[in-house]
Structure formats: structure tokens, C-alpha cells
Design a protein around this ligand. Structure first.
Ligand code: BG6
Length: 508
């Protein structure tokens, strides 16, 4: 495995080729590396879980590569650290959660770029630390503020940024959830807009930064083969299924007030649905893609309680910090529909939950069956479900097209066969960028393509009103299962793809 620098050099070459030859009349998608100004990153929530697991390791990898500009990082949080102890915190985070792609000497160079200001020292101390960090960089330095803080703390951070006069030359990355219903989302967006313009705001949904999510766009729009059948005439239904084996770990407080719908569906799963459902955008650039995504959200029919199964794993009520009468769902499965010409009548089934049987992230497209079969009934035709195209959204993407084919030998017996592709079998597997790495990099470049817009988020909350106003009661499910029994009625006469009847082919 090469170092981050070597791997990413290769990626840059490819990327710069793309930039040099945009389609006729099109704007280049991203400014080239030379145009990315040095940045001071202010990391709010710098000693929190997300920072430890993803942000510090991601920034270290970007910084060790030539992808990121020259950086200084000012960490701040409610915890009491100083520069040295924060550097030690970062080293430990990289040891535990780093990808192994950043060499030891690069880690040391990275931690030298870190500073820490306890939040208790106020906006002046933060402003001084940022000014000192900026003085170490070139004149055209820009600011990136990463708000890795709970939603109720976000407004106070915006206040701090204003008081510290850190709004100019700045972009701000905001973490979900963006409100908890339509009204709160509208009000949050309005408050954020008092400080930052929409062009400065990057609302992060890390599922959109995952390599395989982008591969959905490539698969659909870089090929002439699939798009003609990507519609209601050929597709029977779609499943977006993201079961997790994880429990709540130390996030009980957050989860109790959030639940699976707000944590996963109104964010990640519906964003993935948009990539499956959008019309071809006029260009691979932010405005064109956001417009198409927003059209999908506007065509989404309101989510009705009778199309939803909410579940709660046995034992949730005994978790420390959970109310004994909690109605929070740790599981949700639902059916939704997109009421436009391409998708009318095609159900989209979404499912996700904690403490389930397996951790998976799949999108499965079920094609309509052949209108008539000439094969004898005992040939096995149709017994293993419809033909499927399956995307595995794991970091190293996999893709499978399954179909009926003849079993070798006498007679006419059918088996379900598949053609599979796995990124792990390619030489480029080490080039895969982790979702946060890609999205932080895009925000250095001011590229909004993979971020969500205020309008998009508000329309999703609007479609969720019937469910939020009248949620069906939670049904119990056993930890380690696939959810409450009612999930089968929800999808009947179809069946959930997971658990898979046939395992993915192992890489050779
Ligand atoms: C987060 C949710 O946004 O996504 C978590 O808050 C969830 O509850 C996580 O576990 C899943 O992300 P990933 O990338 O691990 O699939």
C-alpha cells in the first residue's frame, strides 16, 4: 500500500485531466489545485467522537496528500486541553481510527499544524488563535469552520463566530440533523442565513460522500445501457436497506430525542434515493444536480403512517438515560413513492435500524419479471425473486446484476446467476476517499455538489408531516433480528433482499 501522497498524486493527475477538458460550453467542475487557497480550519467539537473517528484522521490524510491546501487547524470544545494535549489526543485518534495510509513522519507534521483554544476562553481567544494561524500562511488564506456539535449548540457557535469576526472569507460545514421538523428547519435556516450566505454553507450528509453513492451517478449517466430501462416500465420496486448491528454506544441522549427516522431516513436514505431517482442533470455541477434532486423531493408523496413500521429493540428502555416510557424508534421501515412520469407506481422501500442482524448498506433495484414464461413450472424459473441490480454502499463498492440462467447439464433447470464487480479487485482500491475526506476537500474548493440545500431539506420535512404528526406505535423486535414482523406485510407481495440468499462472491 502506498503512502497517502503517492496515491493521491495519481488521483490528482486524473482529476487535472478532467479539469483541462471540460465538455464544450461547460464550466470546469472544480477549480484546480493551484486555486485552492490555504485554509485555517476551526474545528468546533474537536475532542468529540466524530472528530476522533473521522475528522482528525480525514484531515491528516488530506494534509499528508497534495489534495488539501496548506492547513492550520484550531480545535475548540468544552473540554480543557492545550496545544500539547490536543496534539496527543489527535495522535491517539489517528492510531486508533487512521486508515494506516498516513506514515508516522506525516502524522508528526500534521499534529504540528494543530492548536487548541478551550471554548470557555471566549470569542476573543478564538479570534487570536485563528489570526496567529493565518499569519503562518500565505496572504489569500481562507477559513473553514466545522461545526461538529449537537444541533442545540450550533446557534451558540454561530454567535461565537460573529463575535470573533470570523465570518468573512469563511465557509461553514454544518452537521445534521437540520432541524427536527419543517418549522424548526425553516427557522434554523433563517437563523444561519443571518450570519452566512447560502453559498458559504455546506450541510454535510456523509452518505453522499461515499464512493459507491457517487458510483450510482456514474453507473446511470456514464453508460447508455441502463438509463433506457431506468423507469416504471422496467423497474418493479427499489429497496434501500441500511441495517446496523451497532447499538447506541454513548449517544443515548442524542438518539432519544432523534430516533431512526430523523437520524437516518430524512437524511441519508432519502439522499441516496434521490441519486437513484433523479433525471439526468444538465451538467455535473452543484446547481444542476441540486435542481434535479429537489425535483425528486418535490415529487415525493407525503409519507403516510400506514406505510411505516416503527420498531424499538427489546432492552432499549433499560438503556441508561432512556425514559422508561420512551416511544423513540430504533428501527424504521417505510414505503414511499415518487409521483412523476419516471417513477409513478414504483414503490421505494426504505429500512434501517440499530442492533439488527447484520450491518449492510445496499440499494437493490428489482426488475419486472418476463411477461410470459415458456419454461416448465418445475424449471425453477421465478422461484428466486426477480432480476436484481444491487449496489453495496460499503467504502469499497460492489455491484451485482443477478438473473436466471441455465444450470449446466441435461434438461432446462434455472439457477440465479450473477455478474459482480468489486472495487477491491481493482488496482485503485487504495485511492478510495473516505466520505468525510471527500466532503471536507470539496468544501475547501467551494464545491457544493455533494451537499444538501436549505430547499431540499425543507421539502423532505414537509413530506414527513403526516408521519411526524401521527407516528404509528413502536413495535418490539429482538436484538439481532431484521425488525418487527410487520416488515413483511409492508413489502408483500415482494420480499426484503436482506439477508442475502447468496453471498457476494469473494475477491480472488
Ligand atoms: C450517522 C448516524 O449519521 O450515520 C448514525 O447518526 C449511523 O446513527 C451512521 O450509525 C452510519 O454511517 P456509516 O457511514 O457508518 O454507515
Amino acid at each position: 500500500m502506498g503512502t497517502a501522497g503517492a496515491i493521491i498524486d495519481r488521483m490528482l493527475e486524473t482529476e487535472e485531466e478532467n479539469i483541462a477538458y471540460p465538455a464544450p460550453g461547460a464550466r470546469p467542475r472544480r477549480p484546480s489545485r493551484e486555486h485552492v487557497a490555504p485554509h485555517v480550519v476551526t474545528l468546533f467539537g474537536a475532542t468529540g467522537d466524530l472528530s476522533r473517528r473521522k475528522l482528525l484522521p480525514g484531515l491528516a490524510r488530506l494534509s499528508a496528500s497534495k489534495l488539501a491546501p496548506e492547513l492550520r487547524i484550531v480545535g475548540t470544545s468544552l473540554d480543557v486541553y492545550d496545544d500539547d494535549s490536543f496534539r496527543e489526543f489527535a495522535r491517539a485518534a489517528l492510531r486508533e481510527f487512521g486508515s494506516g495510509k498516513v506514515a508516522d513522519d506525516q502524522i508528526e507534521l500534521f499534529v504540528e499544524k494543530l492548536r487548541f483554544v478551550p471554548q470557555s476562553e471566549g470569542p476573543e481567544a478564538l479570534a487570536r488563535a485563528v489570526a496567529n494561524a493565518e499569519a503562518e500562511l500565505a496572504d489569500d488564506v481562507r477559513r473553514l469552520h466545522y461545526l461538529s456539535v449537537p444541533p442545540q449548540a450550533a446557534l451558540a457557535v454561530l454567535e461565537t463566530l460573529r463575535a470573533a469576526d470570523l465570518v468573512d472569507r469563511a465557509r461553514v460545514i454544518m452537521e445534521k440533523p437540520f432541524g427536527h421538523d419543517l418549522e424548526s428547519a425553516v427557522s434554523l435556516n433563517a437563523t444561519v442565513h443571518e450570519t452566512f450566505k447560502e453559498s458559504q454553507i455546506f450541510r454535510i450528509d456523509h452518505f453522499l460522500g461515499k464512493e459507491p453513492a457517487l458510483n450510482i451517478l456514474a453507473f446511470r449517466f456514464a453508460n447508455g445501457l441502463f438509463e433506457p430501462i431506468w423507469n416504471r416500465n422496467f423497474i418493479d420496486h427499489v429497496q434501500i436497506d441500511v441495517p446496523e448491528t451497532l447499538g447506541l454506544e454513548d449517544r443515548v441522549e442524542f438518539y432519544e430525542s432523534t430516533g431512526a427516522f430523523r437520524d437516518m431516513v430524512v437524511t441519508h436514505l432519502l439522499q441516496v434515493l434521490a441519486f437513484i431517482a433523479i433525471e439526468p442533470p444538465t451538467a455535473l455541477e452543484p446547481q444542476a444536480i441540486s435542481e434535479e434532486k429537489n425535483k425528486v423531493f418535490r415529487s415525493l408523496l407525503p409519507i403516510l403512517p400506514r406505510h411505516v413500521v416503527r420498531g424499538q429493540f427489546d432492552g432499549y428502555l433499560r438503556e441508561h438515560g432512556v425514559s422508561p416510557h420512551s416511544d423513540t424508534e430504533t428501527f424504521i421501515a417505510l414505503r414511499c413513492q415518487i409521483d412523476n412520469w419516471r417513477w409513478a407506481g414504483v414503490p421505494f422501500y426504505l429500512r434501517t435500524g440499530k442492533r439488527m442482524a447484520e450491518g449492510q448498506r445496499i440499494v437493490s433495484i428489482a426488475f419486472r419479471e418476463a411477461p410470459k414464461s415458456m419454461f416448465p413450472t418445475n424449471s425453477g424459473i421465478g422461484t428466486k425473486g426477480p432480476d436484481h441490480l444491487t449496489f453495496d454502499l460499503a467504502d469499497a463498492a460492489r455491484l451485482s446484476l443477478s438473473f436466471y440462467g441455465k444450470r449446466p447439464g441435461p434438461g432446462m433447470r434455472m439457477d440465479k446467476l450473477s455478474m459482480q464487480f468489486a472495487t477491491s479487485e481493482t488496482e485503485e482500491v487504495t485511492d478510495v476517499l473516505e466520505a468525510y475526506e471527500r466532503l471536507i476537500l470539496d468544501s475547501f474548493r467551494g464545491d457544493h455538489t455533494l451537499f444538501t440545500t436549505a430547499e431540499g431539506i425543507e421539502s423532505l420535512w414537509e413530506r414527513s408531516i403526516p408521519l411526524l404528526e401521527d407516528p404509528p406505535p413502536v413495535k418490539p423486535y429482538a436484538p439481532g433480528s431484521w425488525g418487527p414482523n410487520a416488515i413483511h406485510q409492508l413489502i408483500a407481495p415482494n420480499a426484503w433482499r436482506l439477508p442475502f440468499e447468496r453471498a457476494w462472491r469473494e475477491s480472488r
